[in-house]
Design a protein around this ligand. Structure first.
Ligand SMILES: Cc1cc2nc3c(=O)[nH]c(=O)nc-3n(C[C@H](O)[C@H](O)[C@H](O)COP(=O)(O)O)c2cc1C
Length: 267
């Protein structure tokens, strides 16, 4: 069987998960491809249609932002649905979410996004890894390592179920009610997040890493000024990966020694 997972990963947790999944599937004698939806991949409509047609099951993997899926993935799923339309035969779909504290998005919401496409959600899994928004607490590497082991087990079960054609829907629970409340508030904040971003010009070396790596192409250099625009999906990649830690939020630049940036599980 062939499984193709479209993924978005701001800082590396979700990328880790999809490559783990691909390896597990490969070890079980099946094929798993991973396809980034970052703007740099430049997926054409034709490519999307061909990828979906070629796979036995299609996966969507992303982090959870404010109890919801990131705008970049929401827009991508809508594009897939538009491209493939209602299919004569239903095709299996699966979702892999990563989160820091609690995932309040659920399988019902996910299936709603796929409606009209013939993609039927047969598996939905959540992997609690770590928060990628720098806080006052340093990253607990030991806890993350334990969660990665747990995540591998979950991905192994996911692979077994998909291969056997069994459903694996996880993620129903009381957190979904809290999620409904969170989801009302946070998306508005995320939609405006780009307005809070800036660059500390005393530290910026104009290396262009933020512009080149922004997954939604939302950072441009206009003259000497960096301009952040509304396509921003709030992934924190520019903030976490700027080599001099020069990205500011609400005009504040935090010291990377006091507030270490998160650069993924393998960093
Ligand atoms: C804007 C934003 C909002 C987030 N909201 C949530 C949340 O509601 N619940 C949660 O558990 N984690 C939340 N997180 C943490 C991420 O879901 C988590 O760190 C995820 O694994 C990051 O995946 P990535 O490294 O693939 O980008 C949020 C992160 C960001 C950047």
């Amino acid at each position: 069987m062939k499984f193709t997972t479209f993924y978005f990963s701001g800082t590396g947790n979700t990328r880790w998960a999809v490559y783990e999944f691909a390896q597990i599937v490969g070890e079980k004698g099946h094929q798993a491809d991973v396809v980034s939806i970052d703007i740099q991949t430049r997926l054409s409509d034709e490519q999307i249609r061909a990828i979906v047609a070629d796979a036995d099951a299609i996966g969507f993997a992303n982090p959870i932002y404010g109890g919801d899926i990131p705008p970049i993935m929401r827009a991508f799923i809508s594009r897939v649905v538009d491209q493939i339309g209602p299919q004569k035969m239903a095709k299996s779909a699966y979702a892999i979410n990563t989160y820091g504290y609690v995932n309040a998005f659920g399988p019902t919401e996910m299936q709603k996004l796929l409606d009209g496409s013939g993609l039927l959600l047969s598996a939905y899994v959540n992997l609690g890894l770590c928060n990628n928004v720098t806080g006052s607490k340093p990253l607990d590497r030991a806890k993350l390592a334990k969660r990665m082991v747990k995540g591998q087990k979950e991905l192994n079960r996911l692979a077994d179920c998909l291969i056997a054609g069994r459903k694996r829907i996880k993620g129903h629970g009381p957190q979904l009610m809290i999620g409904a409340m969170i989801r009302k508030k946070i998306p508005e904040a995320i939609a405006k997040f780009y307005q809070t971003l800036g660059v500390d010009s005393t530290l910026c070396t104009h290396c262009m890493a933020c512009v080149e790596n922004c997954p939604s192409g939302s950072i441009r250099l206009k003259g000497k000024q960096f301009v952040f625009s509304s396509g921003c999906t709030a992934c924190m990649r520019c903030y976490n990966f700027c080599p001099t830690g020069a990205i500011t939020i609400d005009g504040v630049r935090t010291d990377p020694h006091k507030f270490p940036r998160y650069q993924g599980p393998d960093a």
